[in-house]
Design a protein around this ligand. Structure first.
Ligand code: PEP
Ligand code: MN
Length: 338
C-alpha cells in the first residue's frame, strides 16, 4: 500500500503519518519523488485500515498495489526513475552505453580499450575484477588489483565504472572502487547479496537470471529497494532456451514489459545475450528501438587473446561503427546519444 502525500507536504505531516503506521505495527518507507512524497508500507500481510491514514493531515490518496512487488512497480510509482551515476543519467532521454572487456586483465589492456570506447561515446566502462566462471580452473579475475586498474581508468579517461560483486565478502570493497555495483545473472536470487546491495550508497546494475521470469527479476530488484537503495538499473542479458545458434536468447520483449510494469531503467546486454560478436550490433540496434535505456557491451582490442568471452567481444573499431549507427537510430527515436 502506498500513501501519496499532497504537494507540498511538510516534514511534520510526513513524520506524523509514519508514526501512525508504526503504531499499527507496520513499517513506513518514505520516498521523496521530484513532484511529491510517497510513503510505502511494507510488511503488511492483510489490508491496512486506510481510514486512519486518510484522516492524517497532508494525505492526498492511498493506492492499493495489486502486484506482489511494490517499490519497483509503476502502478505505485508512475514517474520514471532516473539513476544518476556521477552526473550520467540512466533512464532519461539519453541512451547510455557501458562498454569494456569482460574481465580486467591488465592495466595496458584496460587503458587501450578505454581510450577507444570513450572516444566512440561510451560513458561507463565495464570490466570484471571478480569473475563468476563456470569452471574453477578458469581465470577468476585480478580481484582488488583489478579494481585498482578500474579506478585508474576513471581517473585517466573520466569514465564511470561498473564492475561485478560476486559475493557478500567482496561487495563492500567493490563498492569502494565502483560507481555502479553489478549483480550478475548467477546471483540474481542471492538474497543476502541483494540485501547487502540494498544497503549500499551506490547504484546497482541488476542482471536478469538466465532462467528468471519477469516476476522473479522484479522481485530481486524489490529486495534491493526494500533495504533503501532506490538506484537500481535492470539489465536483460538473455535467457537459456533450446536455441543453439546463440549462447543465450536475448529476450527483447523484456524491455517493453519492464517499461510498462516498472519505473526502473532497463538496459540490455547483447554480448552475453547472444554470445556471438556477429550478433551484437543487430541486437544493440534492436534494443534501442525496443525502448531500452542503454547497453552493456563487451569490447576487446584483441578478442582472440581475451581471457574470457573473446567470442562475444567486438573490437573497438566495430564498436565505433556501431555507435555511429545507434546515433542515427537515437535521432529517429527522440533519444540522445552524445
Ligand atoms: C558480466 O557481465 O561480466 C557477466 C558475467 O554477465 P552475466 O552475469 O550476465 O553472465
Ligand atoms: Mn563476459
Amino acid at each position: 500500500m502506498l500513501i501519496v502525500m499532497e504537494s507540498p507536504a511538510t516534514r511534520e505531516m510526513v513524520d506524523s503519518v509514519c508514526r501512525e503506521i508504526e503504531q499499527m505495527g507496520l513499517q513506513p518507507q518514505v520516498i521523496e519523488g521530484s513532484a511529491r512524497t510517497v510513503i510505502g508500507i511494507t510488511g503488511n500481510k492483510s489490508r491496512v485500515n486506510s481510514d486512519r491514514i486518510l484522516a492524517q493531515p497532508g494525505v492526498m490518496d492511498i493506492v492499493h498495489v495489486t502486484q506482489p512487488y511494490r517499490l519497483v512497480s509503476r502502478e505505485a510509482f508512475p514517474e520514471d526513475t532516473i539513476v544518476d551515476v556521477n552526473g550520467i543519467k540512466v533512464g532519461g532521454p539519453e541512451f547510455v552505453v557501458m562498454a569494456g572487456p569482460c574481465a580486467v586483465e591488465s592495466r595496458e589492456q584496460c587503458m587501450a580499450i578505454a581510450e577507444k570506447v570513450v572516444a566512440s561515446g561510451a560513458k561507463i566502462f565495464r570490466g570484471g575484477a571478480y569473475k563468476p566462471r563456470t569452471s574453477p580452473y578458469s581465470f577468476q579475475g585480478l580481484k582488488e588489483d583489478g579494481l585498482k586498474i578500474l579506478a585508474e581508468v576513471r581517473q585517466e579517461h573520466g569514465l564511470a565504472i561498473v564492475t561485478e560483486a560476486i559475493d557478500i565478502d567482496v561487495i563492500d570493497m567493490v563498492a569502494d572502487y565502483a560507481d555502479i555495483v553489478q549483480i550478475g545473472s548467477r546471483n540474481m536470487q542471492n538474497y543476502s547479496l541483494l540485501r547487502k546491495a540494498g544497503r549500499l550508497k551506490k547504484p546497482i546494475l541488476l542482471k536478469r537470471g538466465m532462467a528468471a521470469t519477469m516476476e522473479e527479476f522484479l522481485m530481486a530488484a524489490e529486495y534491493i529497494m526494500n533495504e533503501g537503495n532506490r538506484d537500481v538499473i535492470l539489465c536483460e542479458r538473455g535467457v537459456r532456451t533450446f536455441a543453439d545458434h546463440t549462447r543465450n536468447t536475448l529476450d527483447l520483449s523484456a524491455v517493453p514489459y519492464i517499461k510498462h510494469t516498472s519505473h526502473l531503467p532497463i538496459i540490455t546486454d547483447p554480448s552475453h545475450g547472444t554470445g556471438r560478436k556477429d550478433k551484437v550490433v543487430a541486437l544493440s540496434r534492436a534494443s534501442i528501438a525496443a525502448g531500452a535505456d542503454g547497453l552493456l557491451i563487451e569490447v576487446h582490442h584483441k578478442p582472440a587473446e581475451a581471457m574470457s568471452d573473446g567470442s562475444q567481444s567486438i573490437t573497438p573499431d566495430a564498436f565505433d561503427e556501431m555507435m555511429h549507427s545507434l546515433r542515427r537510430l537515437a535521432d529517429a527515436l527522440d533519444r540522445s546519444l552524445p
